[in-house]
Design a protein around this ligand. Structure first.
Ligand code: URA
Length: 186
């Protein structure tokens, strides 16, 4: 990570802008190269992530790792983070005030990395960055270009763990992502 990203990560680890700091073990700023062409943005850390201070290291992370491989990507080449950097208690969805409080960190990371493609994992990330009324079941897999960045909403891997019928859908969307990457990044 470069200096700016590391500075943002340090701020996140000290952050007390919303109440989630009270129950965290570790904040989870995100990880990946500062010049990543692709970012993956999830909802928020779960138990395993809170324990380790790293994103997507629990069961959803295992599935994400295999989905990345299906799209021809290796985890060390993408930047992975979440819309909130501290675990919401009982893995509840982050509240709008928590997402708002954390937003400047996410915007700072996106500006520092300047990715070509942002994959939005699940409804909360999609609604936060693309469209507050978006329905993930309607727009998953459909890229939207905005300010020179291609946003690709995808089902969250945790949703596919709970609803097995979503797994082939995610696999298909990853195959489409693979051709988008080929087109856009060569
Ligand atoms: N789910 C998320 O949205 N993010 C993580 O980091 C882990 C699970």
């Amino acid at each position: 990570m470069d200096d700016l990203l590391e500075e943002i990560a340090q701020e996140i680890r000290r952050c007390r802008k919303c109440d989630l700091w009270r129950s965290r073990t570790n904040a989870v700023p995100g990880e990946g190269p500062a010049d990543a062409a692709i970012m993956f943005i999830g909802e928020g850390p779960g138990a395993a992530e809170d324990k380790q201070g790293r994103p997507f290291v629990g069961p959803a992370g295992q599935l994400l790792n295999s989905l990345l491989l299906q799209a021809g990507l290796r985890r060390p080449e993408v930047f992975i983070t979440n819309i909130v950097k501290c675990r919401p208690p009982q893995n509840r969805e982050p509240r709008p005030d928590e997402v708002r409080a954390c937003r400047e960190y996410l915007d700072g990371q996106i500006a520092a990395i300047n990715p070509r493609i942002i994959c939005l994992l699940g409804r909360p990330a999609t609604q936060t960055l693309l469209d507050p009324t978006a329905s993930i079941s309607k727009i998953h897999g459909q890229p939207v270009e905005r300010d020179g960045i291609l946003y690709v909403p995808l089902y969250h891997p945790a949703a596919a763990l709970h609803r097995e019928s979503l797994q082939p859908v995610l696999v298909e969307d990853m195959a489409r992502l693979k051709s988008m990457l080929r087109e856009r990044l060569g």
